[in-house]
Design a protein around this ligand. Sequence first.
Ligand code: ADP
Ligand code: MG
Length: 250
Amino acid sequence: EGINFDAYEDIPVESKGREVPPPVSSFFEMDLGSHLELNIKQCGYKLPTPVQKHAMPIIMAGRDLMACAQTGSGKTAAFCLPIIAGIHKGQDGFRGRRGARSGAASPVALIICPTRELVSQIHDEVKKYANRTTVRVAVAYGGVPIYQQLRSLQEGVDILVATPGRLVDLIDRAKVSLQNVKYLTLDEADRMLDMGFEPQIRKIIEETDMPPSRNRQTMLFSATFPSEIKRLAADFLSNYVYLTVGKVGS
Ligand code: ADP
Ligand code: MG
């Protein structure tokens, strides 16, 4: 439970890329907005973790990101907080599309991760961080009947957290459209490739590109950085920042 900040004192951080936005030393330097700031306080987070210090300003600046950091380093908040802040700001006077006419839900943010358990964990965190905002979150994962997920999708969704298999199923049934996805996050990308999800992941990313637009911001998170992940980054990220926090294997 929680994070041992002492273990991070001289953690090596490496970042590469053009004009990398500098790290912050506090959550309150970033203009996350008063709702999120209050939610962070209520979570009991005093300081951002190293990956949060570096990754959050990069995401807030709208840049693509390839980030490697070990388990337990606070990656979920590192990508969720900037996404929620971005959607919340963009929503002044705007309600996310319900997709009622086309029958398909149309999230603005998509978070893909390998397992149902991880979907639930990320869902729980998003709910805490998005408290007091109008940002709506829904989940989709396999191994359970689909109808309940369909119903919550139909109510309208801004952030969809999903496993690759169930998401492809929903796309094939025309229940989810990825045409409005502005924020795409792949969490535990190495694990998803190990589980054989590369074809589904490529299909999903291509769906967010139909019609092709420069509108998508893409974040890839991984504990390791093997050549398959490097290929994904090369294929789907643009002008991205490459960030490693701590020692990272390949
Ligand atoms: P990772 O995805 O890198 O393995 P998580 O995002 O699951 O790690 O975070 C691990 C734990 O640390 C979670 O329980 C989370 O609530 C907590 N946490 C995240 N950021 C902070 C912070 N800045 N201060 C204290 N605890 C934090
Ligand atoms: Mg994680």
